[in-house]
Design a protein around this ligand. Structure first.
Ligand code: ATP
Length: 140
């Protein structure tokens, strides 16, 4: 079923989530405060817009309340990531998935209502270790 997803923050992580969901046929609204990043995702999303995701009135004007799913992919600016997550939950987005840079960031995000928190580097590291571990059996 086609989903409506808003992706906020178009770094490597956010843009790969955005582009992949769009390729799968979902409706994706891509948001970033940086014009170049928005331009780079224009052809790989349903709509790509420049906006400050910590400004509640901007999020409301973009119709974010009509989206059931959101990905907050702002890792470095902890305050922006937390504020944006809180606002999306208050606006009424039912599933808000958020990228965290470490465990402390993850705990704060869980307290403000994030439905799922992802630590990409940590989770990928664990997966790679498991892949390497299973290779051992194949090699043997
Ligand atoms: P990645 O590790 O995914 O490559 P990154 O290293 O570029 O990300 P991040 O700090 O995680 O850096 O930021 C991701 C994106 O979020 C950037 O493109 C940045 O412009 C955007 N961003 C940061 N703050 C805001 C904000 N308040 N509103 C909208 N976009 C923002």
């Amino acid at each position: 079923m086609k989903k409506q997803v808003v992706v906020i923050g178009l770094g490597r992580f956010g843009s790969s989530v955005c582009q992949e969901l769009y390729k799968m046929g979902h409706e994706v609204l891509a948001i970033d405060s940086n014009m170049e990043r928005v331009d780079a995702n224009r052809d790989h999303s349903s709509h790509a817009v420049i906006a400050n995701a910590t400004d509640e009135s901007e999020l409301k004007a973009l119709g974010v309340r009509n989206f059931d799913n959101a990905i907050v992919a702002i890792g470095d600016d902890l305050q922006a990531s937390v504020l944006c997550t809180l606002m999306l939950k208050e606006i009424g987005v039912s599933k808000v998935w958020v990228k965290a840079r470490d465990l402390q960031h993850q705990k704060i995000l869980e307290k403000v209502g994030a439905d799922r928190v992802i630590q990409p580097e940590y989770e990928m590291g664990v997966r790679v270790a498991h892949h390497m571990d299973s290779e051992k059996i194949i090699d043997y």
